[in-house]
Design a protein around this ligand. Structure first.
Ligand code: GLU
Length: 474
């Protein structure tokens, strides 16, 4: 039975670790698919594994999704709050005769595994309590509840990415749905929650494909409509190996720290494993309009930082200047020796069109903007000090009055610099480089006219004066 209800998808992370980019892409695909169909995107925190789940990890997931702009349409569902319901469904299956109590002890299970291994069979539960009279139950032993899985025929899943996949039922054993301590197993909880949350499409990593067959058996036993499944290939590192901490910045929030824009990361993750003709740069709205599961490839994709950084540069140039200036201010707050007042923010915003042309990340942008918030006196970097010769000091001292006479517009200072270069027989660059060193303490900045105009008359002249003053004796 296939559901025809309004589209509802979910992202169901376990809060046992970081929100890594594989998870972020799964969330993105679920979000885009729901939006494309005018449906809802939900979030379920799968925190049934109490020992490994942490509040901190939950917060990192929520923060990461928020940063990516993938907020769910309803309040998050915490799986741990639904244990009573998971147990209720397990009991319903018992009553239907489609599940049974299993009293096998840990030793028995171990022995079963060892025998299977010795005989070269996959370790499976042998079904010893499946048809046994419950009257034979050992006293004082709390049973686990197992699903009476079909033993004949095949279980088939018509996956929206993988195509039709099937497994012979003889290859699967009777899975535990409720442990002897009354807690649900993960496979069971997911099915009950997806059903109760009216999820129509389960889009998740293909490492869950084998779980799907077992989950389908639970749906079938309950007589519940199956959702559609779409198992998307995993993301591998640049070296082709499964993505792990070894590959560096894999937490989504680490990308934020490294200066990536969320829209760039989403664009990158979308294109990683999904294609639509040649479309490379896609806004959120375009992605929503175009996204379909048919465009998801079947091969694992490889993380390509160079491509991500390129996309980030593209999105940076399209981003609003005031927003970038705010971000730069936040990043600069961690650096000593800067004056981060409104005037600094205004300067950073004013020079942003030129600054963002040269940066690929927000970290680079902050570095290149920091001179605008420097407080006098400041030191020069190595290259700038080399340029600041005695001759350069003398030249800047005689240039200053000419600049002071201008209106300090970019055009005004440009005309004064050209005239000064011409009368002193220098190339414009020979004037501009020492001037840049004096104004910024570095040898790179946006065009010198824009740099002067942004710093303004008082600050520019003060910086030139400080640079031309003879070095102090101390
Ligand atoms: N909680 C699982 C995980 O984090 C996902 C389960 C699912 O999507 O069905 O891998």
């Amino acid at each position: 039975m296939i559901s025809t209800s309004p589209i509802r998808t979910r992202f169901a992370p376990s809060p046992t670790g970081l929100l890594h980019i594989g998870g972020a892409r799964t969330a993105l695909f679920n979000y885009l698919f729901a939006r494309h169909h005018g449906g809802q995107f939900l979030l379920r925190i799968e925190d049934t594994d109490r020992a490994r789940s942490t509040q901190e990890a939950t917060e990192v997931i929520l923060k990461g999704l928020d940063w990516l702009g993938l907020q769910p349409d309803e309040a998050p569902v915490y799986q741990s709050s639904r244990e009573a319901r998971h147990a209720e469904v397990a009991r319903a299956l018992l009553e239907k005769g489609l599940a049974y109590r299993c009293y096998a002890s840990a030793e028995e299970l171990k022995e079963m595994r060892e025998t299977a291994m010795k005989e070269g069979r996959p370790p499976r539960y042998d079904g010893r309590w499946r048809d046994r009279d419950p009257a034979e139950a050992p006293a004082g032993v709390k049973p686990a509840i197992r699903l009476k899985a079909p033993r004949e025929g095949v279980t088939e899943v018509d996956d929206l990415v993988q195509g039709t996949v099937r497994v012979g039922n003889a290859e699967m054993d009777d899975l535990i749905i409720l442990r002897s301590d009354g807690t649900p197993t993960y496979l069971h909880a997911v099915v009950v929650d997806d059903h109760d949350m009216a999820i129509t499409h389960v889009i998740r990593g293909d490492d869950h494909l084998t779980n799907t067959f077992r989950q389908v058996m639970i749906y079938n036993a309950m007589g519940w409509a199956l959702p559609r499944f779409a198992h998307i290939p995993l993301i591998h590192g640049a070296d082709g190996a499964k993505l792990s901490k070894r590959h560096g910045a894999v937490s989504v929030l680490e990308f934020e720290r490294e200066g990536y824009l969320p829209e760039a990361l989403c664009n990158y993750l979308l294109r990683l494993g999904w294609g639509h003709g040649d479309a490379e740069i896609l806004s959120r709205d375009e992605a929503i309009a175009l996204f379909d599961l048919g465009g998801v490839g079947r091969a694992a994709s490889r993380m390509d930082y160079a491509k991500l950084t390129h996309l980030n540069g593209v999105w940076l140039r399209q981003a609003e200047d005031a927003r970038l200036a705010r971000d730069v201010m936040r990043r600069l707050a961690e650096e000593p020796g800067l004056v981060l007042d409104e005037a600094a923010e205004a300067r950073i915003a004013a020079l942003m069109p030129a600054l963002k042309e040269r940066a690929k990340t927000l970290v680079e942008l902050a570095t290149s903007a920091s001179f605008l918030a420097r407080r006098l006196p400041f030191s020069m970097d190595g290259k700038a000090s080399v340029i600041m010769t005695d001759e350069a000091r003398v030249m800047l001292a005689s240039l200053a009055p000419h600049l002071a006479e201008t209106d300090f517009s970019a055009a005004g200072v440009d005309a004064a610099l050209r005239a000064f270069a011409e009368t002193s027989g220098k190339k414009l660059g020979q004037v501009a480089q020492p001037l840049r060193a004096a104004l910024t303490g570095t040898t790179t900045s946006p065009p010198i006219d824009a740099t002067l105009a942004t710093l303004g008359r008082a600050e520019s002249l003060a910086r030139i004066a400080a640079a031309t003053a003879p070095p102090s004796e101390s």
